[in-house]
Write a protein that binds this ligand. Structure first.
Ligand SMILES: NC(=O)c1ccc[n+]([C@@H]2O[C@H](COP(=O)([O-])OP(=O)(O)OC[C@H]3O[C@@H](n4cnc5c(N)ncnc54)[C@H](O)[C@@H]3O)[C@@H](O)[C@H]2O)c1
Length: 440
């Protein structure tokens, strides 16, 4: 099939994986330089395995990259993968979706053949039917369900393992306005192993499935953070609690990590959008509001712990290990490290930072108030306090000999035995201090 992907960001660029199934994929972005780099096989983001996919697609002649919307004329399927950021009040900003829907429609006005417009961006229920379709219809003069099809096909990949997740999805959700649209998308995914469940539904339900997914995962994290705060008071260890809870087959082990809270481009914005949509619908989103409140307070709890550990932070050298919102990505959007660093700067700490991949994205965010280091060793040298903010393997396995300061670990990734051998203070939210765990 001939596929056009609009928006070559984290999600859009990962759709280059469709070339592995023989589809012709054209990335359609706004930035000419970025488009030229993609055409040479250079990924605009850091994502393990992605450049190999890009280069293989280019070699087979299946992957192209452009900023010229006329490629829509020849497409069978057009994926909308543009951003759906939060407005200041938390509601969803659909301007990118509207702009590209209009551009799709304008190209469709001048072309024939049945095409399916697929929304992959995370959008609230009703967006495909009430925003995308009317905009495409108006610009094209064509009718959805007759001249063109429309689907909502939410994406569940995790940054850092995007290629793997895209190729091995837990589920493929195909929300369509009719069975003809669903059939095209189903054919497009026919090369994927049949063991991955396909869920055929309407577009509103498909849109809500994505919000349900993200809101549930965010809720689990905030739940564990609340439990961690209670654990601290009763000298219980939240890590052991979550490990034991996760063994229960009714609960499962994922997304039960207490710590600095969730960040990234999806959870905070999607929970806020759902809260705003609920209110608009007259539903009181009490639980979701608490999920956000707890999450917003976690970075401050990290800074409280820092003060409890080394006292007044004025002029103290605090080393931040990890800036990306999670490991294996360079994405800094809504990263908890940003909030922690801002708070440390307000308290006049001298902040140094290191991240294996996110340094470029982080530079410029702090008005030269943060010293960016070339390595973790340089970052922790002579520190008064070390704070681990991202669960990079590089930090998990790091040699501790260069650290002579207490460590506050927002991700609980360092082996407590190794820290104990060095005689260092090792603390985190909801832990027993210097907890070693294991059998007696
Ligand atoms: N990042 C994730 O892990 C993830 C996972 C699942 C779903 N999503 C959802 O997918 C959507 C995209 O997320 P992302 O992280 O890839 O965003 P992103 O900001 O990385 O990428 C969006 C891209 O769209 C481009 N764009 C915007 N308007 C355009 C237009 N009119 N024409 C061409 N290009 C245009 C932007 O330049 C940008 O490159 C969002 O709705 C997000 O919630 C993201």
């Amino acid at each position: 099939m001939k596929i056009v992907v609009i928006g070559a960001g984290y999600v859009g660029i990962t759709l280059s994986c469709l070339t592995e199934f023989g589809h012709e994929v054209t990335m359609l972005g706004r930035d000419k330089e970025k488009a030229a780099r993609i055409a040479r096989g250079v990924s605009p983001i850091y994502e393990p395995g992605l450049e190999e996919v890009l280069r293989a697609g280019i070699k087979k002649g299946l992957l192209k990259s452009t900023t010229d919307y006329s490629v829509v004329k020849d497409a069978d399927v057009i994926f909308i993968c543009v951003g759906t950021p939060s407005r200041d009040d938390g509601s969803i900003d659909l301007s990118q979706v509207e702009t590209c829907s209009k551009s799709i429609g304008e190209q469709m006005r001048e072309s024939g053949g049945y095409k399916v417009v697929v929304v992959k961006s995370t959008c609230l229920p009703g967006t495909t039917t009430d925003v995308v379709i009317p905009t495409v219809e108006k610009a094209s003069g064509k009718k959805a369900g007759e001249d063109f099809g429309a689907c909502m096909n939410p994406e569940f990949l995790r940054e850092g393992s995007g290629v793997y997740d895209f190729m091995n999805p837990d589920k493929i959700v195909i929300g369509g306005i009719d069975s003809a649209s669903q059939k095209v998308l189903s054919d497009l995914y026919s090369g994927f192993d049949q063991k991955f469940p396909r869920i055929f539904t309407d577009t509103n339900t498909a849109e809500m499935i994505k919000y349900g997914n993200n809101a549930m995962l965010a809720t689990r994290i905030s739940f564990m953070n609340e439990l961690a705060n209670i654990c601290e008071h009763y000298h219980a260890d939240v890590k052991e609690v979550s490990r034991a809870m996760g063994i229960d087959s009714r609960i499962g082990p994922k997304f039960l990590n207490a710590g600095a809270g969730f960040g990234g481009s999806c959870f905070p914005k999607d929970v806020k959008a759902l809260i705003s949509a609920a209110k608009k619908a007259g539903v009181k989103p009490s639980l979701l509001e608490e999920v956000m409140k707890i999450n917003d307070s976690q970075p401050e709890r990290m800074v409280d712990l820092a003060e409890k550990t080394i006292g007044d932070l004025t002029d103290k050298k605090v080393s931040i290990l990890g800036l990306a919102f999670k490991s294996d990505t360079d994405d800094m959007r809504d990263s908890r490290s940003t909030v922690v660093i801002q708070s440390l700067l307000r308290k006049h700490a001298k902040v140094r930072a290191y991240d294996p991949k996110a340094m470029e994205n982080a530079r410029g965010m702090f008005d030269n108030m943060v010293t960016f280091c070339a390595s973790k060793e340089e970052c922790v040298k002579d520190a008064d306090l070390v704070m681990v903010m991202t669960e990079w393997d590089e930090f998990k396995n790091m040699e501790l000999s260069s650290i002579n300061a207490p460590i506050i670990d927002g991700r609980r990734i360092i082996d407590p035995e190794k820290v104990a051998q060095r005689g260092l203070v090792y603390r985190g939210i909801g832990w027993k201090d210097n907890f070693r765990g294991g059998r007696p």
